[in-house]
Ligand binder design. Structure first.
Ligand SMILES: Cc1ncc(COP(=O)(O)O)c(C=O)c1O
Length: 539
């Protein structure tokens, strides 16, 4: 580390510590500093220390925020939440602060999450004994998964095996573990079955199926694709969905056309990162179950709905979901969630493609399943044999789940988050409707021709908005200039720009980021900012 970089780094660490209620000494002696517990390797309990921190943070939140009910449009109260629970937007860090309006890709982590990651890392720098790591495993595999179940509407339970979920690396891994597992088990037999996917699925759940088909030489009809007519209000055929549907009918019709009695898997992005459409998953599932029963495995890729919607999975008949903590939940980086229902035993349809061990350094055989006979847990515990992972980020999923269920700010809950994000979506639409006509002449006559996200029905979107730039203005360069000139992180993908605000954003952020986009486009049109300087596209 050279001198300047090192100074910036230390400044950043100091900024983190001073912004929090935790003294700076945290960095030298984590347990003593945070929990007031003497650090005594071999005898003190990290689990107890973590619980002490949680209790302290809980008391702080109860005192500070009891009166903040967090109505979706109460900017003052949301600003107070952001100021307290997110890293400070100041100039003391290693790089100038950049406001993220790109939750569909990555979010800043909650401050307590950052602190817990750092704290566990510091503990592990001093003690990597098995007894200590066993406690950390209990924090992540028992307490965290229990809290996550409550969060996603599954109700708490003891999380000793059998478990319903595993903490994976990210949604990419979750989608692939699951989809490969359905094939490997023989549940999905490509010579007689078909899988239905949507062309607005993320590549990990769309191109991945094309790769499986091509590399394993599956039959032609084995992968059926529901298409999307972008920038349209009417579908061009029965198996296509317009990007601004006038009702849910074309969605159900496309599904009906794609499926037949040989459909064994329907695998859809619950909300698309590519066009921003939020599928009416309740209606989709109801249609499939009514017409084709329980033997179709329904996978809802929830990278764009975990931490967005009040998922209430206990009442929704999807078989599995995958999600990432580093997007909307504002959790730790590079941790994912893979959940599978246990009641109808859909996990039995799945064969793991990992033969590893879990956080307690245990294999399936250690739990009584005979490896020689190919026995494995019948439940979703089978997802959890992933070898060693990062204890610091895994433990911090617990903190994320506690935040979303009101343990810290007492009035946060999944419905409050869903309502706020929906409100931010409406504000984004308003801002785009005010800004885009300044650079696109006929925008007002046909907004759906310029915005890929549903605008007619708010229930078919949340706050992921993709839109066109005027002819000759490349989105990659707009994204680059919005970053360098105005300090906002947005995305450019598939020839479009994307803005995706979440709970770390305010109305002001949304108004300002759209103003920044319009300002940059105008300057590019006048030749005051260069074009074609950033060619990459980011989903
Ligand atoms: C719908 C969807 N699925 C999967 C992924 C992959 O997520 P990750 O990068 O966290 O693996 C993304 C990422 O944007 C996504 O939007």
């Amino acid at each position: 580390m050279n001198g300047i970089t090192r100074r910036r780094f230390l400044g950043y660490i100091a900024g983190l510590a001073s912004a929090s209620s935790v003294p700076l000494t945290l960095l030298s002696d984590p347990r003593q500093a945070i929990a007031g517990v003497a650090y005594n390797p071999g005898s003190s309990s990290v689990l107890k220390d973590i619980e002490d921190m949680i209790n302290q943070w809980s008391m702080e939140g109860a005192q500070r925020f009891a009166g903040d009910k967090l109505e979706p449009s109460n900017e003052l109260q949301w600003q107070r939440l952001i100021d307290f629970y997110f890293p400070p937007r100041d100039k003391t860090g290693p790089v100038p602060y950049c406001t993220s309006v790109n939750a569909a890709n990555l979010c800043p982590s909650l401050r307590y999450v950052d602190e817990m990651v750092q704290w566990v890392d510091n503990v592990l720098a001093r003690d990597i004994s098995f007894p200590l790591r066993g406690e950390l495993a209990t924090a992540s595999q028992a307490y965290a998964t229990d809290a996550i179940k409550t969060w996603i509407g599954q109700g708490a339970s003891t999380c000793a095996p059998p478990c319903l979920m595993a903490l994976t690396r990210n949604t990419t891994e979750g989608n692939n573990i699951l989809n490969n597992g359905l094939v490997d088990s023989g549940y999905f037999n490509p010579s007689q079955d078909n899988v239905v996917v949507w062309d607005q699925n993320h590549p990990t759940n769309f191109q991945a199926w094309k790769y499986r088909k091509a590399t394993k030489k599956w039959d032609d009809g084995s992968v059926r694709i529901i298409g999307t007519d972008l920038f349209a209000q009417q579908p061009s055929s029965n198996m296509r969905i317009p990007s601004d549907p006038q009702s849910i009918d074309p969605i159900i019709k496309a599904l009906d056309t794609a499926m037949d009695k040989h459909t064994r898997v329907v695998s859809l992005s619950w909300q698309s990162n590519e066009c921003g459409m939020l599928l009416p998953m309740g209606d989709v599932v109801e249609f499939i179950r009514k017409k084709y029963g329980n033997n179709v495995h329904i996978h809802a890729d929830s990278a764009q709905t975990f931490g967005v919607l009040d998922l209430k999975l206990g009442g929704l008949d999807v078989d599995s979901i995958a999600g990432s903590f580093h997007k909307w939940p504002c959790g730790p980086k590079m941790v994912g969630l893979l959940y599978m229902r246990a009641d109808n035993s859909p996990a039995e349809r799945f064969l793991p493609n990992n033969w590893g061990y879990d956080e307690y350094i245990k294999t399936p055989e250690d739990y009584g399943y005979d490896a020689a006979k190919g026995e494995i847990d019948a439940d979703a515990k089978r997802f959890s044999y992933l070898g060693q992972q990062n204890d610091a980020t895994l433990v911090s999923t617990w903190i994320t789940a506690l935040f979303h269920t009101g343990r810290f700010h007492p009035n946060v809950n999944p419905k409050v988050i869903e309502n706020r994000i929906a409100h931010l979506g409406n504000l984004t639409k308003d801002a785009l409707y005010a800004g885009l006509p300044q650079v696109i002449k006929d925008f007002k006559e046909r907004p759906y021709y310029y915005i890929a996200t549903p605008t007619t029905h708010a229930s078919l979107r949340s706050s992921v908005f993709l839109f066109k730039t005027p002819p000759g203005i490349d989105p990659g360069s707009v994204m680059q200039h919005v970053y360098t000139e105005h300090g906002y992180a947005i995305a450019a993908l598939a020839g479009l720009l994307r803005i995706a605000p979440t709970i770390n954003n305010t109305k002001t952020d949304i108004d300002n980021v759209v103003k920044a986009v319009i300002d940059v486009i105008k300057k590019m049109q006048k030749g005051k900012l260069p074009k074609n300087i950033h060619q990459r596209s980011y989903a």
